[in-house]
Design a binder for this molecule. Structure first.
Ligand SMILES: *Cc1c(COP(=O)(O)O)cnc(C)c1O
Length: 386
């Protein structure tokens, strides 16, 4: 594509709006058209314009894949119908008997897919504390093929040192996959730190408006890209063009939104840290976070996710999440609107049961981009008397 010359120089804010999205050559439409078509007319058998069938390739999906790849400084992007479909494709790179090292605090759905599905097909998993690179190194066996990181983690908001673990992976020829959903490419670029694959649930910050479910994998590795492109077409878990359009539109404001999510979350985290009903606040942007220095090195800013532990345990947790008015009680994260969750009674039925995930007083906040004073007033009112 001609604009690729420019793309090499563009900064994130510009890439988010323009990468992969040249004006439509047929009409000049500035927005990427939604190519709502399953097939493409051929002039003669095999004589086509690069598109044959929309499971294999679709121009709207192509624009999204090119844009997301550019945001992570990668030549290759692949879009999927959900974050879990993208995760599933990474496991499909492996063979029965292969061993995977993964964080013990990963997204519940990732643990469920590994433990309930892929173990049946002969993959083996070790769940380790990826905040400690030595624990990752110690878990390597001759059968290990893949290291799976999430950073920051969910809901513990602990970090993994991507560069340190990339060194370990590279020395042994292992694939290092990083689920970059919580940080988004605006705050963290795992491929630039040595990871082989960066994965997203585009449902979250990339889409950003709680109106679409999707996933993506970005890579610089020619061979893995070819394998994943084959799997994308072979397995067929592709997003429709309308969903691709929604993610593309969301991504245009990603850098702006992440700035505000991060600024709001830092203010909210500081407010919570000083509140007597709160025992502990986990947020990488707080000086009290045990990996704050790593967060400053590895991330551009600290994101919109906060976990906290209420002194009052499960009862206080259940009351708190039903008393907020702006923070909506809902699963998911990463949209413009603020959400609140009580994992003990909600999502984390399928986790590896890390200590933090099963704490009855744990609350998770996805801090949105509303005015921060309104958010703090909402939390203060809901905490009163707990
Ligand atoms: C939501 C999420 C997923 C799964 O993505 P879906 O789009 O819901 O399938 C994977 N990893 C993380 C960190 C998530 O937050």
């Amino acid at each position: 594509m001609t604009e690729q010359v420019d793309e090499q120089r563009w900064q994130l804010e510009t890439l988010a709006i323009h990468a992969g999205q040249a004006p439509d050559p047929a009409t000049g439409a500035i927005m990427t058209p939604v190519y709502q078509t399953s097939t493409y007319v051929q002039a003669a058998p095999g004589d086509h314009k690069g598109y044959e069938y929309s499971r294999t390739d679709n121009p709207t999906r192509q624009a999204l894949e090119d844009c997301l790849a550019a945001l992570e400084g990668a030549p290759y992007g692949l879009a999927f119908s959900s974050g879990m479909a993208a995760t599933d494709m990474v496991f499909k790179l492996l063979q029965a008997g292969d061993h995977v090292i993964a964080g013990n605090d990963v997204y519940g759905g990732t643990f469920r897919l590994a433990d309930k599905v892929w173990r049946r097909f002969g993959l083996e998993f070790s769940w380790v504390d990826t905040a400690n690179p030595d624990a990752v190194r110690a878990a390597i066996t001759p059968a290990t093929r893949l290291i799976w990181l999430e950073t920051p983690t969910n809901p513990g908001l602990m970090l993994a040192d991507i560069a340190a673990i990339a060194n370990i992976a590279q020395a042994r020829g292992l694939i290092l996959a990083v689920d970059n959903t919580f940080a988004s490419p605006a705050l963290q670029q795992p491929l630039k730190l040595g990871a082989t694959l960066s994965l997203h649930s585009t449902t979250k910050y990339l889409g950003g408006h709680s109106d679409v479910v999707g996933g993506a994998i970005l890579t610089r590795d020619d061979d893995l890209y070819r394998q994943l492109k084959f799997l994308q077409n072979a397995a067929g878990a592709v997003p429709g063009p309308w969903d691709c359009f929604l993610v593309l539109r969301g991504v245009k404001t990603l850098p702006l939104r992440m700035e505000r999510h991060s600024a709001n979350a830092l203010r909210v985290a500081r407010f919570l840290e000083d509140h007597p009903a709160v025992e502990r606040v986990m947020y990488p942007g707080l000086e009290s976070h045990p990996q704050h220095d790593l967060a400053r090195r590895q991330m551009r800013n600290f994101g919109g996710m906060i976990s906290l532990i209420l002194r009052g345990g499960a009862d206080a947790g259940q009351q708190f999440v039903t008393r907020t008015r702006l923070f909506a009680l809902a699963e998911s994260l990463g949209g413009v609107e603020s959400l609140i969750e009580h994992p003990y009674s909600m999502t984390h039925a399928s986790t590896t049961a890390s200590d933090i995930a099963v704490n009855p007083g744990l609350i998770r906040l996805s801090v949105g981009v509303e005015h921060v004073d309104d958010l703090i007033d909402d939390l203060r009112a809901a905490l009163t008397g707990l």
